[in-house]
Structure formats: structure tokens, C-alpha cells
Design a binder for this molecule. Structure first.
Ligand SMILES: C[S@@+](CC[C@H](N)C(=O)[O-])C[C@H]1O[C@@H](n2cnc3c(N)ncnc32)[C@H](O)[C@@H]1O
Length: 179
């Protein structure tokens, strides 16, 4: 996250022991697992805690398995495949240590309560499907779920046009810091 002007993860860790992250509408798990892989290069895995939620139980079941067909890893560098996956026939299985950092839960963004105190929330490619009214409410709830200084990361078509309304400060395109 250093490249987008947010706090260095190891500084965050120094203050509160663990990085608390939420991948909202995580679908089949690529997003939270990728996050754990990236962050494991910056902080010890034991200090990474990722909540991954989705409305759909079928995608969550697939996410928990952490098995991906070979073709879906076509663009993943060999080094990453070697480090974080185990090859099983035509599938790649996510390393157990990475899997242990991610907790999958069923959650409806439009109806269920949000946990609090996140350092980072990623919510990509779902808000576009919601009405302006729903988006407005969700931005307020995501903002309330972040700790002060925490970061909200949205999809590439989901720019927030009035970030100040939600106590967000733009730190880079699609990255917002909670004031
Ligand atoms: C296009 S996928 C995005 C997946 C992932 N974030 C990404 O960018 O690759 C949208 C996901 O949003 C989930 N979703 C749709 N409505 C939702 C809701 N109300 N609450 C939680 N998840 C929802 C769907 O089940 C689906 O897995």
C-alpha cells in the first residue's frame, strides 16, 4: 500500500499487532488470497487477518476450497505459483498458510451489519450494480467500519465523486483514506 500513499503496513502493525482487512463481495476468493500473498512479503503472515464475505454461498464454498484451474493462473508469474500454490493435476491449490489467514463468511452488504476497526477494506466490482441511494448508504457504512487512517479500495469503474461526504480523502485513483 506504500505506493498509494497509505501507511506502511509494518508501521500499522507496530501500533496494534494485526492488520485487519475486509474483502467485501469476494466471490471465489482470488481477491483475499492475493492480498494475503502480497502482504506476506511485507509483514509476518501471523499478523494478517482477512475477512472475506459474499452473499452467494456457492462462490463462498469454492473460495474456501482455494482450488483454481490452471487456465485461471495463466498470468500469474511462475515464482508466485511456486511459492503460494501446490499443483494438483489440472488445478492449483492455495498454500495452507495463506488460507489460514482468510475467514470466509456469508454476508449481504445491503442488509447485514458491518464489523468495525478495519485497516483496509476492498470492495470491487459490486457497487456498480447498486442504486445511488444504496451506494451512498454503503459508503457511509464502509467509512464507519474503517479505523481512522484506514484505506478503502474500490473497482476501476467505481470512483467516489464526493469522498469528503464520507470522511474520505483521495490518496490515489480508487484509494480513499478515512480521516
Ligand atoms: C463481479 S463479482 C466481484 C468479485 C471481486 N470483488 C472482484 O472484483 O473480482 C460481484 C460479487 O458480488 C457479490 N454480491 C452481489 N450482491 C451482493 C450483496 N448484496 N452483498 C454481498 N455480496 C454481493 C456476488 O455474489 C459476486 O460474488
Amino acid at each position: 500500500m506504500g505506493s498509494v500513499g497509505a501507511e506502511n503496513p509494518s508501521r500499522v502493525i507496530g501500533k496494534q499487532k494485526k492488520l485487519k482487512i475486509w474483502s467485501a463481495a469476494c466471490s471465489t476468493g482470488e481477491e483475499p488470497y492475493t492480498l494475503a500473498m502480497i502482504l506476506s512479503n511485507l509483514v509476518p503472515l501471523s499478523q494478517i487477518e482477512i475477512l472475506a464475505t459474499d452473499l452467494d454461498e456457492n462462490v463462498l464454498a469454492r473460495a474456501k476450497l482455494g482450488m483454481y484451474p490452471e487456465r485461471s493462473l495463466n498470468e500469474v508469474p511462475e515464482e508466485i505459483k511456486r511459492k503460494y500454490f501446490e499443483k494438483k493435476a489440472d488445478f492449483y491449490r492455495v498454500d495452507e498458510e495463506i488460507k489460514r489467514r482468510v475467514t470466509f463468511k456469508k454476508q449481504n452488504l445491503l442488509a447485514d451489519r458491518f464489523e468495525q476497526g478495519f485497516d483496509l477494506i476492498i470492495c470491487r466490482n459490486v457497487l456498480i450494480y447498486f442504486t445511488e441511494e444504496a451506494k451512498n448508504l454503503l459508503y457511509e457504512k464502509f467509512s464507519a467500519s474503517l479505523r481512522s487512517g484506514g484505506v478503502f479500495f474500490v473497482g476501476s469503474t467505481e470512483q467516489i465523486f464526493t469522498p469528503g461526504k464520507y470522511q474520505f480523502e483521495t490518496i490515489d485513483t480508487f484509494f480513499y483514506k478515512k480521516k
